[in-house]
Design a binder for this molecule. Structure first.
Ligand code: GLA
Length: 631
């Protein structure tokens, strides 16, 4: 009866639409940074994970073999520290509920009392100066159980014994993995809450218990976003309980579904933005695209994760070093967690050299935590710019095509003055280049060039807010009904091929706040006045901006020319540490941009809020043009 009621509740939750208009009080200043700050992820985590190299067929030798190379090659001293077991370690859930490790593949787990423990393995990794990561699942059954054909590597036993996921066991499993076994990171997958409807043949045959799906990867409307979020929130609460010193990393793996890109920043330390990467150039681009327009949703403590590195395999193997360098460069620019996915025992010196390029790693590990922002975007070429903690910049020019391509970099892309020297250093070759105004680059097929850049800033005495996305939290981004993002839908799902009628937009996030563009990817413009810098966001939004010590906030504000609803006037407000500092007149579509300034001296947190008196049917894009913090 209880089970039946819980299934009915779940079904009701799935059918309820995910609409969540910002309540008026969500727009009140919080007075504090509200994105996730627990855990140990001030910088994007770096390390190694078994999945891309071995799938579910993992064992102790394979894990320790790669860990040895991480140490002997010097990669550990360059920051690669997490050695993560992905799926394949579990034998079953014991009758007492305690998880049992496969001792045929992890012999060191055998305890004298007949139980199993990963403590010997984590002790060994810790003694080497490394950290240890484990894998679990938010539902009852795992991705491997649902999709892998390597049954010899999967849990065995009764239906209950094969329920190895966290569902119903969150506290006991997290306690076991962290307090008892000593892990430092957990990746939590979600196949068990998307793939086991009553109609699944393996449910009908009695192999698995049904789990009424909370996620429909093809349909946000049929996904119970609040229920999925609640399950992952329960895990972060358990991690906090069992790691009072905060030495944990919570890696959320639901592939961009359930609109996770909008809420993972409040729940965990890194979150997958798409389905799995494959060692295919176009697939790498697809994963890149799922993250590249989400700069404002990543910051120290919570990073966008376009999936693990595939360097060493397929299109990124030792015969494709250009592609391998491009893949690595782009992951570094996006502040992606750098998780090697290769059997390092086989790695050539060239591959180790790519993974170990300290200058490129330094971009990824820059303490400001600013994910690169797209300064030029097209299907063929992209230019990404990342503002570094020391005030200099990194710029990547990416040729997405398989033919040579000319890419012109301008001073405007870098927000530098045209008439002053711009100095570039190529982070792969060391070559130094000086130019003014603009310079052409001849890129080879699939090549990315990455430079450190120095020049005279167009904004001399501060930073545009769009240059510091790592310090911006879109606490309320104004999205009322989550929508799939049409910019990320081109990837063939490798396990599905071209069956069906094509790949449709499926990743939530459309309409989210943007650096230097409108929420829907247009150029920022108010009454015909175009802005190349600024924040684009929907009305009825609240952004938190960490202030590193500037004294003045300024912007030119107005309803963006892309607004559709236009029924309500909008008011722009600026708060410092929770106190109202400045407010605009109500602005309507077509009104020219108005200056809005506030003295933010001493305020640690600036909040910028946009309100309408009545809700909008289609939230209007509004523009914080040239929004900047200055002295
Ligand atoms: C999912 C994840 C992968 C990997 C596998 C394990 O597909 O996205 O990264 O963890 O499960 O089965």
């Amino acid at each position: 009866m209880a089970l039946r009621r819980s299934i009915l509740t779940t079904v009701a939750a799935v059918l309820s639409l995910a609409a969540s208009p910002a309540r008026a009080d969500d727009l009140d200043p919080a007075g504090k940074w509200t994105a996730y700050a627990r855990g140990a992820a001030d910088l994007p985590p770096m390390g190694w994970n078994s999945w891309n190299a071995f799938g579910v067929a993992i064992d102790e030798d394979k894990i320790l073999g790669s860990a040895d190379v991480i140490l002997s090659s010097g990669l550990a001293s360059k920051g690669y520290r997490y050695i993560d077991l992905d799926e394949g370690w579990w034998a079953r859930r014991g009758a007492d509920g305690r998880m049992v490790i496969r001792t045929d593949r992890f012999p060191s787990a055998i305890q004298s009392d007949g139980s199993t423990s990963f403590r010997p393995l984590t002790d060994r990794l810790h003694a080497l100066g490394l950290k240890a990561g484990i894998y679990s699942e938010i539902g009852r059954n795992s991705c491997g159980q649902l999709y892998s054909e390597d049954t010899a590597s999967l849990p065995s036993g009764t239906v209950a014994e094969r329920e190895v996921g966290l569902h119903g066991h969150v506290d006991e499993d997290i306690r076991l993995y962290f307090s008892e076994w000593g892990f430092d990171l957990i990746k939590v997958d979600g196949c068990g809450i998307r793939g086991l409807p009553e109609s699944n043949p393996r449910v009908i045959s009695g192999e698995f218990r049904a789990f009424p799906p909370l996620i429909d990867s093809d349909s946000l409307g049929r996904t119970s976003i609040p229920a999925v979020r609640a399950l992952f929130t329960e895990v972060s609460a358990a991690l906090e309980r069992h790691n009072p010193d905060d030495d944990f990393v919570f890696s959320i793996c639901i592939w961009g579904s359930a609109d996770v890109r909008s809420w993972a920043k409040n729940v965990g330390n890194m979150s997958r933005t798409s389905e799995d990467i494959f060692p295919i150039w176009s697939r790498m681009l697809f994963n890149l695209d799922s993250t590249s327009r989400r700069a404002l949703y990543a910051h120290p403590g919570s990073w966008n994760d376009p999936d693990m590195l595939y360097i060493g395999t397929g299109d990124f193997d030792a015969d494709h070093l250009t592609e391998a360098r491009s893949h690595f460069s782009m992951w570094a620019m996006l502040n992606a967690p750098l998780m090697i996915g290769y059997d390092l025992r086989k790695a050539t010196p060239e591959l180790l050299g790519i993974l170990g390029n300290q200058k490129v790693i330094a971009l990824n590990q820059d303490p400001a935590g600013n994910q690169a922002v797209l300064a030029y975007d097209s299907d063929d070429a992209q230019i990404y710019v990342k503002t570094l903690a020391d005030g200099s910049k990194a710029v990547a020019l990416l040729n997405r095509t398989s033919a040579p391509l000319k890419v012109t970099l301008t001073s405007d892309h870098l927000k530098y003055l045209a008439e002053n020297d711009i100095d570039l250093t190529d982070l792969w070759t060391g070559e130094a280049i000086r130019f003014q105004k603009e310079r052409d680059f001849a890129l080879g097929p699939r090549q990315a060039l990455v430079f450190k850049a120095k020049g005279k800033r167009a904004l001399a005495n501060g930073l545009y807010v769009s240059e510091m996305p790592g310090s911006v939290n879109p606490a309320v981004d104004g999205v009322i009904v989550p929508e799939a993002e049409p910019m990320t839908h081109r990837g063939i799902l490798p396990w599905q091929g071209t069956r069906g009628n094509g790949e449709h937009p499926r990743y939530g996030g459309w309409g989210g706040a943007q650096a230097d563009m409108t929420p829907y990817g247009d150029q920022l413009a108010v009454a015909g006045h175009r802005f190349s810098s600024g924040i684009g966001v929907l009305a009825n939004s609240r952004l938190e901006v960490r202030n590193p010590g500037f004294t003045r906030f300024s912007a030119l504000v107005g309803v963006d020319d892309s607004a559709r609803d236009r029924s309500q006037p909008v008011t722009f407000l600026v708060y410092g540490d929770g106190k109202l500092l400045a407010q605009s007149e109500p602005k309507r579509f077509g009104d020219p941009p108005s200056p809005l300034e506030a003295n933010v001296a001493g305020a640690k947190l600036v909040e910028v809020v946009v309100r309408t008196p009545q809700p909008l049917r289609f939230p209007d894009p509004v523009t914080w043009g040239d929004a900047a913090l200055t002295h």
